[in-house]
Design a binder for this molecule. Sequence first.
Ligand SMILES: [Zn+2]
Length: 83
Amino acid sequence: MARLILFILILLLLYGTLHYLIKDMPLRRRRSKQMTEPEELVQDPYCQTYIPKKLAIRKTLSGKNYYFCKQECLEKFIHQKNQ
Ligand SMILES: [Zn+2]
């Protein structure tokens, strides 16, 4: 009987370890994928700076998408275009 309890305990311990490993694995993979995945960069047509697309200010001018690093660049670019 004592051996059966020990066996169950070992099983529970193994299950716990496996569960921990399985649960942790995709998370670790996801995290490393995020680190290695290159962020999409867009160029600011005004100051020529490259900025991550999700941080850029998007503006559609005559059907074309432009990305700016800051509001100031957007305004200056429009001003320059209108001259
Ligand atoms: Zn800029």
